[in-house]
Ligand binder design. Structure first.
Ligand code: AMP
Length: 176
């Protein structure tokens, strides 16, 4: 089993690199952001709730997010492994993921931390907002998301360093 956490600030290239890794290793991909955007598109109750957080640049509560992740994980059959993209984003989520995998006799193989300078993140996200029309890719919400990243998500670097699975990746230059 190859279980990868792809990590980094919004705009660091998690989605782009996940696609490459999936194509190369044939593992499943969970993007919690994509799952939530799918719910919003479908007009579900979960989507309505998620939208209220996403539009504010805030995180969906851990308990709910962990339930969503568990159900996606359960839907994979004969999986060779999973790349977790956008999850975990908090310490409780990282602990829950560890527990969920342990119950399946698995663990995280590696955590890839895509490091990108802040000005570059802002440029990329504003461009993505223009090209894709993603509602949360506007300057005001991006600033909130980066703040949430630094306060709530960045502490996971130390969590995975302690786990011994942390790997720094330079997230600028060519995609390759
Ligand atoms: P992303 O596409 O990963 O940038 O996620 C977009 C938004 O979805 C985030 O700004 C959060 O509001 C929400 N979200 C995605 N993943 C999570 C998560 N693991 N925990 C909490 N909120 C999340």
């Amino acid at each position: 089993m190859l279980n990868i956490v792809i990590f980094g600030a919004p705009g660091s290239g998690k989605g782009t690199q996940s696609e490459r890794i999936v194509a190369k290793y044939g593992i499943n991909h969970i993007s919690t952001g994509d799952v939530l955007r799918g719910e919003i598109k479908g007009g579900t109750e979960l989507g309505k709730l998620a939208k209220s957080y996403i539009d504010e640049g805030q995180l969906i509560p851990d308990e709910l997010m962990i339930k969503i992740l568990a159900s996606v994980l359960d839907s994979f059959k004969d999986s060779k492994g999973v790349i977790f993209d956008g999850f975990p984003r908090t310490i409780p989520q990282a602990e829950a993921l560890k527990k969920m995998l342990k119950e399946r006799d698995q663990d995280i193989t590696v955590m890839l931390d895509l490091e990108v300078p802040e000005e570059e993140l802002m440029t990329r996200l504003i461009l993505r907002g223009k090209e894709s029309g993603r509602a949360d890719d506007n300057e005001e919400t991006i600033k909130k998301r980066l703040l949430v990243y630094h306060t709530q998500t960045a502490p996971l670097v130390d969590f995975y360093k302690t786990e011994g699975t942390y790997q720094y990746i330079k997230g600028i230059g060519t995609i390759d």
